[in-house]
Design a binder for this molecule. Structure first.
Ligand code: CP
Length: 309
């Protein structure tokens, strides 16, 4: 792997499979161990730099780094000198001076992770930059799909909902296409970005028509915090057209699975009985996120300066 992980599009098939296979080894190494810790990154420092809220990504990067014995520094913009006006650059330089080997960054601005690489000597991992990319989410989704089906090639994956504001959708389209899946994007026209026709995915406005052909269905949260206008008439109308309820789940193939990156709004994009059903992989996604992030940290940090794992 290269020095940073900024977008899923940067990963070719070989690199993506290396991460998935390494994550599988991490999962196996953790299973049945009394002490769930490997000495691999002892003496390394991982900084979690979060300018946007997060539950899953922040906690799972922290857990992953600790399981590899790295020192972890958690930085949240809330309560820091960012609230006094300190810039991203000065925050980055401060962390650099403290000896960060890797910086995991989430920021509301597209391109923030890439910008950080110009100021930081260590590895930068994009944990979500605006509506742009969230590569480790796509990797954990691909891992979860492969865990269930034993493959990704030839599968059909539906991604449903607020595609316009979704870095998860963008990252998944890039990665799943690279790994040989066919992706179908399903959304109202108002929640599709300009230029979506050039993405490596088919587009549909009709969820009911797409359901019977999906091996995996990924429901997305409507990101109201990024909306400055009304994109659909009401929550009720959105749920009626694009929500996954029990009736719709019944139209999916028997072996199919349901995914959601979280946080989910039960009753809007996904009904509670679907989220809690046997088809739901939502909890597995969270667990697999730790293995994927262990793999990414290991591959980025252990290959630097010839230092052994
Ligand atoms: N999937 C995801 O990025 O969740 P968080 O916002 O909780 O990190």
């Amino acid at each position: 792997m290269t020095t940073h992980l900024l977008t899923a599009a940067d990963l070719d098939r070989e690199e993506a499979l290396l991460i998935l296979d390494t994550a599988q080894q991490m999962a196996e190494a953790m299973t049945g161990r009394e002490v769930r810790k490997l000495p691999t990154l002892r003496g390394r420092t991982v900084v979690n730099l979060f300018f946007e809220d997060s539950t899953r990504t922040r906690v799972s990067f922290e857990t992953a780094a600790k399981r590899l014995s790295a020192d972890v520094v958690n930085f949240s913009a809330k309560g820091s000198s960012v609230s006094k006006g300190e810039s991203l650059k000065d925050t980055a330089l401060t962390l650099q001076a403290m000896g960060a080997d890797a910086v995991v960054v989430r920021h509301q601005a597209c391109g923030a992770a890439h910008r950080l690489t110009q100021w930081i000597d260590g590895s930068v991992i994009n944990a979500g930059d605006g509506t742009h990319q969230h590569p480790t989410q796509a990797l954990l989704d691909a891992f979860t799909i492969r865990q269930h089906f034993g493959r990704i090639e030839g599968l059909r994956v539906g991604i449903v909902g607020d595609i316009l504001h979704s870095r998860v959708a963008r990252s998944n389209v890039d990665l799943l296409h690279e790994l040989g899946a066919e992706v179908v994007l399903v959304a109202p026209p108002t929640l599709l970005p300009v230029g979506v026709d050039s993405w490596s995915a088919r587009v549909s406005y009709d969820l009911d028509a797409v359901l019977p052909e999906c091996d995996a269905l990924m429901m997305l949260r409507v990101q109201r915090e990024r909306m400055n206008a009304s994109y659909f008439p009401s929550v009720r109308e959105y749920a009626r057209r694009y929500g996954l309820d029990s009736m719709r789940m019944g139209a999916l193939p028997d072996e199919s699975i349901v995914l959601h990156p979280g946080p989910m709004i039960r009753g809007m994009e996904i009904a509670a009985e679907v989220a809690d059903s046997s088809k739901s992989m939502i909890v597995d996604q969270v667990a697999n996120g730790i293995y994927i992030r262990m793999a990414v940290l290991y591959l980025l940090l252990s290959s630097k300066k010839g230092e052994a794992a």
